[in-house]
Write a protein that binds this ligand. Structure first.
Ligand SMILES: Cc1cc2nc3c(=O)[nH]c(=O)nc-3n(C[C@H](O)[C@H](O)[C@H](O)COP(=O)(O)OP(=O)(O)OC[C@H]3O[C@@H](n4cnc5c(N)ncnc54)[C@H](O)[C@@H]3O)c2cc1C
Length: 333
């Protein structure tokens, strides 16, 4: 695989999305391992601020002003400009977040450019002439490592795959004009239909996003019902954290889906993860196993979580948690 490693910056509330700072960090590490150059690109109605933010992580960022990106769904609005640029500059590998926008973009670019796509990377490495991408498949039962067999590829990277770390010195931001030298198959393809955004609605229950939390207290089926989540919330509040859940608790209707952690929920990477009444099934584990410290409370001494928790307390959560809360409130801890 020839060429540089590129990152496409995504937007959130007009600024750079947090996932793009993580993807940029992963790309920088990959480029260092590969001995390749690394660059970023931001396409937005007002690209300068998000491009400057991305340049805290990368040595060179291209800023493309695309007026339609402001009031239309970003991926389609950005894809035409990006496809022309990528076709012209021909980086070897492009990294983008495994988000709804990132996935849309990867699909459109693949169709327009004929490039390969590897999705949902949970780890990245460089082997011989290209990236190897770790993915979780078959309901989380297997981890696979895949590589491109084509010259150019796009990788979507899961949130919390790496911790964002700014570069030692900020990079440069270069504005890119429209159309320059962009004749090619991608730019000659028919224009994409744009989808106008008429309203943005905040996801219910997502006031404090669990992907960004440093402390998560999660409840599972062992919590016993929606009422049982009170004690989970109390411990989360006492520890300055947020509440998470397993799919069993979400499916039972005890807590909104926005709190679900795991293969079909969010991937999290907090400093502290407290699991209450959670068995630690593989589909839950893949969403939280990179937490720095995992503490579990479970009645069953042999639940799967016992194998990977840093501290495993065998006991009834309705006895253990009130004792911990009393200790925290006494100020002795
Ligand atoms: C394709 C697919 C995708 C999936 N995606 C996800 C996902 O994204 N996230 C996810 O979480 N799951 C997911 N699952 C479901 C997963 O397989 C498990 O069923 C689920 O994680 C179990 O949740 P749990 O640990 O809350 O419940 P259980 O496995 O039933 O465990 C409950 C635990 O609570 C303990 N317990 C009970 N009472 C108490 C008490 N009073 N005090 C202390 N401990 C107690 C029990 O000993 C038990 O270990 C998925 C499954 C499939 C097939």
């Amino acid at each position: 695989m020839a060429g540089d490693i590129w990152v496409v910056g995504e937007l959130a509330d007009g600024g750079l999305a947090r996932i793009s700072t993580e993807v940029a960090t992963a790309a920088r590490e990959l480029a260092a391992a590969a001995g390749r150059d690394v660059a970023g690109v931001v396409v937005a109605a007002a690209p300068n601020d998000p491009a400057r933010e991305l340049a805290r992580f990368l040595p060179r960022v291209l800023a493309i002003e695309e007026p339609t990106a402001g009031e239309h769904a970003w991926s389609a609005a950005a894809a035409t400009r990006l496809a022309a640029l990528l076709e012209r500059e021909a980086p070897g590998c492009v990294l983008v977040g495994a988000t709804p926008d990132g996935r849309d973009l990867a699909g459109i670019l693949s169709a327009r450019l004929g490039w390969g796509v590897l999705v949902n990377a949970s780890a990245l490495a460089w082997a011989e002439d290209g990236p190897t991408v770790e993915m979780s498949v078959f309901g989380g039962r297997l981890l696979t490592r895949s590589a491109f067999t084509v010259e150019h590829g796009i990788v979507t990277v899961r949130p919390n795959t790496v911790s964002a770390l700014a570069a030692a010195a900020p990079g440069t931001v270069e504005p890119v004009g429209s159309g320059a030298g962009s004749a090619g198959a991608a730019s000659e393809a028919p224009a994409l239909p744009l989808v106008r955004v008429v309203e943005r609605v905040a996801e219910a229950g997502a006031a404090a996003p669990i992907e960004e939390a440093k402390v998560i207290v999660a409840g599972g089926r062992g919590v016993g019902g929606a009422e049982g989540f009170r004690i989970v919330e109390e411990l989360a509040a006492a520890l300055g954290g947020v509440v998470g859940a397993t799919r069993a608790a979400v499916d039972a209707g005890w807590i909104p889906y926005a709190r679900q952690i795991g293969q079909t929920g969010k991937t999290v990477k907090p400093a502290l993860y407290v699991a209450l009444g959670i068995s630690g099934a593989i589909q839950h584990k893949v969403g939280m196993q990179t937490a720095e410290t995992i503490v579990a409370v479970n009645r069953d001494p042999d639940a799967p979580l016992a194998e990977f928790a840093d501290l495993y307390v065998v006991g009834d959560l309705f006895e253990v948690v009130p004792a911990v809360l009393a200790e925290l409130r006494s100020g002795r801890s």
